[in-house]
Design a protein around this ligand. Sequence first.
Ligand code: URA
Length: 427
Amino acid sequence: MHFLEILIKKRNGRKLSPGEINYTVSNYTAGNIPDYQMAAWLMAVYFRGLDEQETAALTAAMAGSGQILKVAPGRGAFIDKHSTGGVGDGTSLVLAPLVAAAGVPVLMVSGRGLGHTGGTLDKLESVPGLRTDLTAARALRQVRCIGVAMIGQTAQLAPADKKIYALRDATGTVENISLICASILSKKIAVGIKGLVLDVKCGNGAFMKDFPGACKLAGLLMKIGRARGLKSKVLVTDMNQPLGNAIGNSLEIAQALEVLQGRGPDDFRELTLALGAEMLILGKKAKDKQTAITVLSRLLSTGQALNKFREMIKAQGGKIDKLPSAKYKTSILAKKGGYIRSFDTCAIGLTATLLGAGRQTKEDRVDPAAGIWLNKKLGDRVVPGEVLGEFHYNRTLPLKAIEQRFVQAITIGSDRPTVKPLIMERW
Ligand code: URA
C-alpha cells in the first residue's frame, strides 16, 4: 500500500476501505507519513467527507492506535462527558469532580484548545505543577483511590488523536463531523468508559454553526458510540455567546472554583447541572433529572465537590493556590449604550487567542494567564463607558487592533433581544 494512492483516492472522492484507513492512522502515528501528506489527506477528507463506515473505521483505528483499557468490573461503570468545542466552556473542570463526589467514577480524557475554542487540558495545565500526562495505570489507580482523574491522550491512549488533533488545528480541517466524531470517541473508547454525555455545541462559536449540522453530528456520535457499546446521551446547546464570563485558561479555573462553591454565572451553572444530571443517571446514581440536580446542587453548596476538585489537583501534583495571573489588565469600554444583541463568539475566542490564551500554530505555547473576563452577556443593558470586558495578557501586543476586533464582535442595539434557551435539544 502507498499512502499517496490512498490520499489521491480520497481527493477524487472515493470511499476508503477499513484497511486503508488503518494504514493511514497507524503509519501517521508511527511517524512514517510526514505532516505535509497527512495535512493533504485531512483536507481531502474535509472536502470529500467520510461516510458512516469510514468514520467507524477511523474511530476504531484511532482508538486502537494505543492501549484499550479494561476497567475492572465491580468498580462502577466509568462515565465521561465531552463537548464538541466552544468558547468559555470550562464545565468539564467542574463536572469531573462534582460527579465523582456523587459516587460515579470519572476518568476524563480531554483535548487541547482547537481553533478558536479552548481545551480542558490547557486549562488544567494552567495550575502550576499539575500533570495531565499520567500513564493509564496511574490514572486508573487514581480513579480507584479518589474517584476521579483528568488526563490527556498519552503515548498509550489514542496517540493518533493527539497528533491528528494538533495537525487539524494548524491546517483548517477541524470542522468536519467525521473527524470530530473519531477524535472524541477514540479517546473515550480507549479508556473503556461505559457511558458518555455529549455536549454538541451549536452556533457562531461552535464548529457546527447551525441546528441541522449540530443534529447531524449528534446523530453520528450516538450511532458510532452505540455500535461500540457506549451508552450515550446528547445535549445540543447554544454557543451564540461565550459560556460564563471567563475565556482563557487560569481565568476559567478561577471561574470553576466559584461554581464549585455554589456560585458562578447562571448559564455555566445551568449547563453543568444539566450535563451532570445525565452523567448521574447513566452512572445509576440517580433515577431522574430532578433527583440528580438536587444531589449535585447539594454537593456544590456544601463544598464536597470543591474538596474533590482539590483532592484531584493535589493527586496530579498541582498547586491550586498558586494560579498565575497576568501582568497587564486592560478594561475595554462600551462606546455606546443599549442592549447586547449579539456576539460573534468565534471572533471573541480568536481575540483571546491573540492575547495568548490559544495557539496560532501547532508549536505555539499558550500563556496560562492570558484571556478575557467578559462582563456582559446577551440581553444585558450597557451604558456608554461601561466595561464590556477585561483583557489579561503578559506580552507586548498590538492592543488597539485586538481591542477593535473585540468591540466589533459585540453588537449593541436599542431593543432587548430574546435570549434563546441554552439547551436546544436532548437525545
Ligand atoms: N473535541 C475533541 O476532542 N475533538 C474534536 O475534534 C473536537 C472537539
